[in-house]
Design a protein around this ligand. Structure first.
Ligand code: NAP
Length: 426
C-alpha cells in the first residue's frame, strides 16, 4: 500500500471536492493523506463569502464539506497563507502533489475612465463586504444616495442588484454580516439599474434567479416589454433552452402589473459603459446605446463583470485562469475550480471538474514512490494555524449566536475575533 500526501491550497468548493475525489479513489493499493491550507481562519470559500445570504439552500453544501473533513486522513490548516506563512515551493517539495484551488479573486476592470472614483466598487469587493469577509467587511460603502448602477448581466450582478433593491427586513433572518445589514437598513438607495452591454438574449444570469424577482414584496421590477419582444424575435425559434427559459422569465416580469414598490429594480439592455463621471465620487455613468450616448446619474456603481486569477502567484495566466493542461500546471502542481477553468459554472460544477483532475493526479502518481512523511511533518509542525477542531469552535459559536436571534449564524467578521474564539479565548 502506498500512501501519498496531497496539499490542497484553498478551502472553497473546488478544494473540498478535490479532497472528496481523493478519498473516493483510495483503495487497497493507494491511500491519500490530505492537508487543506486556507488563508482565512474559516473554510468554505465562496459558500461563506460569495453565495448571497438570501440563498441558504445553496449554502447547505457545507454539510458535504463537513463530512469530507471527518475523514481521519484529512487535516485543516486554516489561517495559513501560502506564499507568506509557507512557500508554494516548500509544499511542492514536501507533498506528492499540490492542488491550487484558490479561485479567481480579482474583479475584472472595465478599463474606462472614472472606474477609480470613490463609491465605484467591484463585485470582488461588494460581495465579500455583505458576506462579512474579514478583508472586506470594513469597506466604506456609501448607500446614502438614491440610485445604484450595477454593470454586468451575470448571476453576480443579479445578486448585487437584488440585495440593494430588496426590503432589508427580508435579510434579517439570513447570515448577512451585521455591518452590511445595518447599512442596508439605513440605505437611501431607491432605484437600482442593472445594465447589460448586450441584448436580453445574451444575458448570463439564469432563469431560477429571474423567477425570484416577482417574489420581492416591496420592489417594483421593471423590464421593457418592447426589449423582451425584440430579444425573443432576435433569438428565434432555434434559441438554446437556457436562453428561452431566460427570455420567458423576463417576459413574465415585463408583463407584470407595476406595483407601488418602495424600491425599483430596472433592467437596461444594450448599455455599453463608456465613462464614470464625478468630481471626488461617482456622480454618473455614460453609456453608449443604440439611441446614442446616455448619461445616467448614479450615487453608487458596482461592476460585476467577472473575475481573474491572482497574478501574485507568479504563475502564467491564460485568460482569467492559470495556464494549465487538464489541471496540470507544472511538475507536481495542479489546479482546479475557477483557478483552472475561469469563473464559470455553479458550485456543483467544481465536483466533476475536481474529479477529472484528481484522476489525472492519481494516474501520474501510481507506481511512484511516495515522499517521506517526515518531510511533510517537518514543514507543518511549527505552523501557527487553526485546525479542524478550532474551526468547529468558530462554527459552533457563530451558529449559537445566530440561534439567539433567529438567524442561521452571526458571522465573526475580523480575523482577531475568529482566532480568539478558535483558541477558546472568548
Ligand atoms: P458571468 O456570468 O460571466 O457574467 C459576467 C457579465 O459581465 C456578463 O453579462 C458580461 O457580458 C459582462 N461583462 C463582461 N465584461 C464587460 C464589460 N467590459 N462591460 C460590460 N459588461 C461586461 O460572471 P458572474 O456574474 O461573475 O458569475 C460567475 C459565475 O458564478 C457564473 O457561472 C455564475 O452563474 C455563477 N454564479 C451563480 C450564482 C447562482 O447560482 N445563484 C450566483 C452567483 C454566481 P457579455 O456576456 O456581454 O460578455
Amino acid at each position: 500500500m502506498s500512501t501519498y500526501r496531497v496539499a490542497i491550497v484553498g478551502a472553497g468548493p473546488a478544494g473540498y471536492f478535490s479532497a472528496q475525489a481523493l478519498q473516493g479513489l483510495s483503495n487497497d493499493d493507494m491511500a491519500f493523506k490530505v492537508d487543506l491550507f486556507e488563508k482565512l481562519p474559516t473554510p468554505w470559500g465562496l459558500v461563506r463569502s460569495g453565495v448571497a445570504p438570501d440563498h441558504p439552500k445553496i449554502k447547505s453544501v457545507s454539510k458535504v464539506f463537513e463530512k469530507i473533513s471527518d475523514d481521519p486522513n484529512f487535516r485543516l490548516f486554516a489561517n495559513v497563507e501560502v506564499g507568506n506563512d509557507i512557500s508554494l515551493d516548500s509544499l511542492k517539495e514536501a507533498y506528492d502533489a499540490v492542488i491550487l484551488a484558490v479561485g479567481t479573486p480579482i474583479g475584472k476592470k472595465l478599463g474606462i475612465p472614472g472606474e477609480d472614483l470613490r463609491n465605484c466598487w467591484s463585485s470582488a469587493e461588494f460581495v465579500p463586504w455583505y458576506n462579512g469577509h474579514p478583508d472586506y467587511s470594513q469597506l466604506d460603502i456609501d448607500l446614502s444616495g438614491r440610485r445604484a448602477i450595477v454593470i454586468g448581466a451575470g448571476n453576480v450582478a443579479m445578486d448585487v442588484a437584488r440585495l440593494l433593491a430588496m426590503n432589508s427586513n427580508d435579510l434579517v433572518t439570513t447570515d448577512i454580516s451585521d455591518g452590511a445589514l445595518d447599512e442596508l437598513h439605513n440605505s437611501s438607495i431607491r432605484e437600482v439599474w442593472l445594465c447589460a452591454r448586450r441584448g436580453a438574449e445574451f444575458a448570463s444570469f439564469t432563469a431560477p434567479e429571474l423567477r425570484e424577482l416577482p417574489e420581492l414584496k416591496d420592489t417594483n421590477v421593471v423590464i421593457s416589454r418592447e426589449e423582451i419582444s425584440e430579444a425573443i424575435a432576435r433569438a428565434g425559434n432555434e434559441a438554446e433552452r437556457h436562453v428561452k427559459a431566460n427570455l420567458d422569465a423576463m417576459q413574465v416580469i415585463a408583463l407584470m402589473d407595476r406595483r407601488e414598490g418602495n424600491k425599483r429594480l430596472e433592467f437596461h439592455f444594450g448599455y455599453v459603459p463608456k465613462q464614470i463621471r464625478g468630481t471626488s465620487k461617482v456622480e454618473s455613468v455614460v453609456f453608449t446605446t443604440a439611441q446614442g450616448e446616455v448619461e445616467v446619474e448614479a450615487d453608487l456603481v458596482v461592476t460585476a463583470i467577472g473575475y481573474e486569477a491572482d497574478p501574485e502567484w507568479n504563475l502564467k495566466l491564460e485568460g482569467s485562469n492559470f495556464q494549465n493542461s487538464d489541471g496540470l500546471i507544472e511538475d507536481n502542481l495542479y489546479t482546479v475550480g475557477w483557478a483552472k477553468r475561469g469563473p464559470s459554472g455553479v458550485i456543483g460544477t467544481n465536483k466533476s471538474d475536481a474529479s477529472s483532475v484528481v484522476e489525472e493526479i492519481v494516474y501520474r502518481l501510481s507506481g511512484c514512490k511516495p515522499k517521506s512523511e517526515s518531510l511533510r511533518d517537518n514543514l507543518v509542525e511549527n505552523l501557527n494555524h487553526i485546525d479542524l477542531e478550532e474551526w468547529r469552535q468558530i462554527n459552533e459559536f457563530e451558529i449559537a449566536e445566530g440561534a439567539k436571534v433567529g438567524r442561521p449564524r452571526v458571522k465573526l467578521i475580523t480575523t482577531l475575533e475568529m482566532i480568539a474564539v478558535a483558541k477558546g479565548e472568548r
